[in-house]
Design a protein around this ligand. Structure first.
Ligand SMILES: Cc1cc2nc3c(=O)[nH]c(=O)nc-3n(C[C@H](O)[C@H](O)[C@H](O)COP(=O)(O)O)c2cc1C
Length: 160
């Protein structure tokens, strides 16, 4: 018996998570990124993480083909940038919060952590692709900031 999509979505909203922004650069040199909460660590040896990306996302071809990408773990005050990257828009990176990291990929100021990855594998995940990245660099903002959390379709501030 197949569960209906509304019941499935509703159950998934009960799972609280952090929020991330994976970024890469496409074949034309344009920065690409999207908001994701499907991020998790996979393995220690080698150090692997994963994030799932919808085939219908504007940034899907760039991530499917990418050799490198970086994933930012957002801090409590980064709800606005999470909303911006959850929309299909051309001006996502036109903001002073962005610079270029040592890996040549966009870097978001104020994120709690940033992992820079080499593409390890892309697996079939139905209407999503499961992107598995091998972490080659990990940076943490050691100012003890609080995370941006997502629960029941809302952003929550852990400090509130
Ligand atoms: C909190 C939150 C988490 C999200 N997580 C994911 C995710 O893990 N995978 C995904 O494909 N889309 C996710 N989305 C939706 C994408 O961010 C959205 O479809 C966005 O438009 C993709 O950008 P693009 O179309 O420019 O690539 C999430 C949205 C929000 C608000």
């Amino acid at each position: 018996m197949a569960i209906d999509q509304i019941a499935f979505r509703h159950a998934m909203t009960q799972f609280g998570s952090g929020v991330t922004i994976p970024v890469t650069v496409d074949g034309a040199g344009q920065p690409r990124g999207f908001t994701a909460n499907s991020f998790c660590s996979v393995a220690m040896d080698p150090p692997l993480v994963l994030v799932c990306l919808a085939h219908g996302a504007e940034s899907y071809p760039a991530f499917r083909d990418a050799q490198r990408y970086a994933i930012h773990v957002l801090s409590a005050d980064q709800g606005p940038v999470a909303l911006r990257f959850a929309e299909k828009r051309a001006d996502k990176f036109e903001d002073e919060q962005w610079s270029t990291g040592e890996d040549g990929l966009p870097e978001l100021r104020g994120a709690l952590a940033r992992v820079s990855c080499e593409a390890h594998a892309v697996y079939d995940g139905g209407d999503h692709a499961i992107l598995v990245g091998r972490v080659v660099e990990a940076k943490v903002d050691e100012t003890d900031g609080q995370p941006l959390l997502y629960f029941r379709r809302k952003f929550l501030d852990a400090a509130a």
